[in-house]
Design a protein around this ligand. Structure first.
Ligand SMILES: Cc1cc2nc3c(=O)[nH]c(=O)nc-3n(C[C@H](O)[C@H](O)[C@H](O)COP(=O)(O)OP(=O)(O)OC[C@H]3O[C@@H](n4cnc5c(N)ncnc54)[C@H](O)[C@@H]3O)c2cc1C
Length: 434
């Protein structure tokens, strides 16, 4: 049996310069920057809130915003939108640090504080319309140009049209809909269910972090733990720790969060796993004996699903070789951090004081002229992706595609033909070190 869906012709209800699909960290950076640069902008997000994994996935620390210099001191790296957001959070005690972590540095934050920071920024832009609870379902493409998209809202389907589209869905949803080439067949990283514990003796818990991997390793088999290493992230709020110890495996491989049945299974299994980990922490890790599980992340933490094949594919040598690119749109120095099989996490670090440039071409899908991507669906091989997928780079990419959209509109250029010197000049004005 099949169900017939009647064909529908939908009048375009809004025409904008820039349409951003996906309200995660990358999408927020793109939409806010686009509006600030004078573009009539719309942001479409399927969730009821902004931030994607950074808030709903409760990841809990900014990585890739700082680096260690050759003397081992922590230095800011990104400038621009990531710096603006982190400074806001620090000013409100919604973040603490930056603090050293595994030969690099991170900034732990309070997820609800980050939601607020994103929301304040979108609300401040009169040229920006935000549509929440709205899911991209269709796109029409003709001769390599996106003509319009359809979103499913609470009132039914709505058609939108833009001069430039940004795929910030994390899963390359729009890119796939319009037939842009996608990297196929690579093993993706394992997803995790983050959760928050309260009434923790934070001092004791943090003092145990250097020994955490040893404790996990010792109990990995006997307690059926999902990981042999992990992290306990203090939010700075009294007694509160975000726990990064879960990992979702199905039949000896990572859950494919691009598949409905696997994603549904992993949401339920992840929360079950969190409960088990909570009991383990209370029993075995100093500081947790009186703690309780305050909440699970609102959604499964998905590191990687589908990525585009762009005009350039970032590779491991680019990252570890600290390569510069003439079309660099910002810098990253986060190590290669891969969540792999057997409960392991694989790390490879750049030399201290080294960083690499993120090429604009990694944000330009092939075969579609008015589409850009930002965030974790960019064009990168899996090893390079394991470095560039973090929050600092994702927000830099969002900022860069908005500046690129401005150039595309001003110069009537396709995404692939953007004047990168002028794009980089705009990014410099926005405070991004290149
Ligand atoms: C468990 C875990 C731990 C992590 N830890 C850290 C960390 O400590 N530090 C760090 O810097 N990074 C960390 N990361 C990585 C980082 O969180 C992500 O790579 C980053 O947040 C991705 O941002 P994004 O905007 O590209 O994608 P996402 O945050 O995934 O946002 C995509 C948005 O698009 C929306 N969307 C998708 N499809 C549609 C559609 N059809 N219509 C409308 N909207 C749609 C989604 O709902 C979502 O809101 C972690 C990731 C995970 C999963």
């Amino acid at each position: 049996m099949s169900i017939r869906i009647p064909a529908e012709e939908i009048e375009v209800s809004e025409e904008v310069d820039l349409l951003v699909i996906g309200g995660g960290a990358a999408g927020c950076a793109a939409a806010v920057t686009g509006a600030r640069l004078g573009l009539r902008t719309s942001l479409v997000g399927e969730m009821p809130f902004l931030g994607g994994m950074s808030t709903g996935g409760c990841v809990g620390s900014f990585c890739g915003v700082y680096m260690l210099d050759s003397a081992g001191s922590i230095q800011p790296l990104t400038g621009g939108f990531p710096q603006e957001i982190t400074q806001t959070l620090l000013g409100r005690s919604d973040a603490i640090g930056p603090i050293p972590y595994r030969d690099t540095a991170v900034l732990p934050y309070v997820p609800v504080g980050l939601k607020r920071a994103f929301e304040e920024r979108v609300r401040a832009e009169s040229r920006l319309r935000v549509r929440l609870h709205s899911k991209l379902t269709h796109a029409e493409v003709e001769a390599g140009v996106i003509r319009g998209v359809v979103i499913q809202t609470r009132e039914g389907r709505v058609a939108l049209r833009a001069r430039v589209y940004v795929d910030a869905t994390g899963d390359a949803i729009l890119s796939r809909m319009v037939g842009a080439p996608i990297i196929e067949g690579e093993e993706v990283q394992y997803p995790s269910m983050m959760f928050t514990m309260q009434n923790v003796d934070v001092g004791a818990a943090i003092a145990s972090v250097p020994k955490l991997d040893e404790i996990l390793e010792a109990h990995y088999e006997s307690e059926g733990l999902p990981r042999k290493s992990g992290n306990l992230i203090p939010t700075g709020r009294p007694g509160e720790i975000i726990v990064a110890l879960s990992r979702l495996e199905l039949n000896g491989r990572p859950v494919d969060a691009g598949l409905e049945h696997e994603l549904s299974w992993a949401e339920l299994e992840g929360r079950h796993q969190a409960q088990h980990l909570c009991e383990f922490l209370k029993a075995k890790v100093p500081g947790f004996s009186d703690a309780f599980l305050a909440d699970y992340a609102a959604r499964l933490g998905v590191r990687e699903t589908r990525k585009i094949i762009g005009e350039y594919v970032l590779c491991e040598d680019d990252v570890l070789g600290a390569r510069d690119f003439e079309d660099g749109i910002g810098r990253s120095a986060w190590p290669i951090e891969r969540h792999v099989a057997g409960g392991e996490t694989f790390w490879r670090f750049l030399d201290r004081g080294q960083s690499y440039a993120i090429p604009y071409r990694c944000l330009v899908p092939r075969d579609v002229s008015n589409l850009l991507v930002a965030g974790r669906c960019l064009s990168a091989e899996s090893a390079a992706f394991a470095s560039v997928r973090l929050l600092g780079p994702c927000m830099l990419e969002g900022q860069a595609v908005a500046a690129a959209a401005q150039r595309m509109i001003a110069d009537q250029a396709s995404a692939a033909n953007v004047d990168v010197d002028r794009l980089r000049a705009t990014l410099t004005e926005l405070g991004v070190p290149l």
